[in-house]
Design a protein around this ligand. Structure first.
Ligand code: GLA
Length: 382
């Protein structure tokens, strides 16, 4: 795939030196919808990639080519504005806008971008594009920015330019993940550590619902708003910054509107589940970790209400087999992928059985990606 994008770059912009940046996808093992409330998350880098080829131009123009959409977009450094018609370009332009705000004098650039991270599948192709542009720009400009600043600026691009109020998990893990490890991130302090994945005869599989997620960003922003409202109410009783600071969420059962309480309860319990999960993984207790995955999914379905029929179908199907240890939606939900933890030898049977039942229920086949935990963009592009 990398070679194809590089070939496309040369075809569109001509030969000569250019830089190629490799950026992985991410899957979150557990800790969903809590990064924007100071919670713990446990993502991995995933071996599906965005490849970004680029170089400086002598004029002020910004020329972009998307390999996957087979589209060109062109503007100038002085006119970096939100594009309704070229949604993919916004993840690039948003990062350039952030560099401008930070006072960097941007040169003109030509960039070809593409890859094999399925779009809209909850594997964060958007954050991968943002991080890849942040890495590319550092190489083009010959500068090195602190990792945490790169991560924060990539997130700001999504919050402010694209308009999704996402947390920091995706950009963080896409930049700093480590091969064969999960990354335990405290989203309040931004302290992190690596948790070795000793999987033995087990693997993670991603099952893609292939469901269109057309309203996902508005539902996402609505959830963020609703839990911020919970924080404001609780602040009258307790000195907190985030819901994950609350001592005992149950004492607010009658003080919050019922729906808001359910959202807050998810965040409170999910945060505890992440720490329990780390203990299980450190002990090599795959069954224990799998149980927590199932509990996390239940909570996202019933309390946070960001699942969908297709995801629940895959999780329900998984529960029929002792070879499957756990399953849950990963990412923002409402479609996208289900992460399944299962015995490696059971994967072919699991996929073929699920595919035929899923086809009868939803009229289409799910995707299935056998994944490996890989290094983040910082380590991929030394
Ligand atoms: C999206 C956001 C993340 C996170 C997850 C849900 O991927 O970009 O910040 O909130 O959803 O855990």
């Amino acid at each position: 795939m990398k070679e194809e994008i590089e070939k496309a770059f040369i075809e569109k912009f001509g030969s000569g030196n250019f830089i190629t940046i490799t950026t992985p996808a991410r899957a979150n093992l557990i800790g969903e919808h809590i990064d924007y409330q100071g919670g713990y998350v446990l993502p991995i880098g995933v071996d599906r990639f965005i490849f970004t080829c680029g170089r400086e131009r002598k004029d002020r123009s910004v020329k972009l080519f998307s390999f996957n959409y087979n589209q060109h977009f062109e503007t100038t450094i002085n006119e970096i504005e939100y594009q309704k018609e070229y949604h993919w370009a916004n993840y690039i332009l948003g990062v350039l806008a952030e560099f401008k705000k930070m006072g960097y004098n941007l040169p003109g650039m030509e960039i070809a971008i593409g890859g094999n991270i399925p779009v809209g599948s909850g594997l964060s192709s958007s954050a991968a594009v943002e991080v890849s542009i942040a890495v590319l720009f550092q190489k083009i400009a010959g500068i090195e920015i602190e990792p945490i600043e790169v991560i924060k600026l990539a997130r700001r691009a999504e919050n402010e330019f694209v308009g999704v109020a996402c947390g920091i998990m995706d950009q963080f893990s896409i930049y700093l993940s480590k091969k064969d490890n999960a990354l335990l991130l405290n989203c309040k302090t931004l302290d992190y550590k690596y948790v070795p994945l000793r999987m033995g005869s087990h693997k993670f599989l991603l099952v893609d619902t292939k469901k269109e997620r057309s309203l996902s960003s508005s539902v996402y922003n609505e959830r963020v708003r609703s839990v911020n409202e919970a924080v404001n109410i609780i602040k009258k009783y307790e000195d907190i910054e985030f819901l994950t600071d609350v001592k005992d969420i149950h004492s607010y059962r009658d003080k919050l509107p019922y729906e808001t309480y359910k959202r807050a309860l998810h965040i409170f319990e999910e945060n505890h589940r992440v720490l329990e999960s780390v203990q299980s993984l450190e002990k090599g207790d795959i069954d224990g970790f799998g149980e927590l995955m199932y509990l996390s999914h239940e909570s996202l379905k019933d309390l946070y209400e960001v699942s969908c029929e297709e995801l629940d179908f895959i999780v329900g199907f998984s529960k029929n087999f002792k070879e499957v240890k756990g399953a849950r939606l990963t990412g923002a939900g409402m479609g996208g992928c289900c992460l399944v933890l299962l015995e490696t030898s059971f994967i072919p049977y699991f996929i073929s059985e699920l595919a035929s039942l899923y086809q009868s229920a939803f009229g289409k086949k799910p995707g299935a990606y056998d994944i490996q935990p890989v290094d983040g963009a910082l380590y991929q592009n030394f």
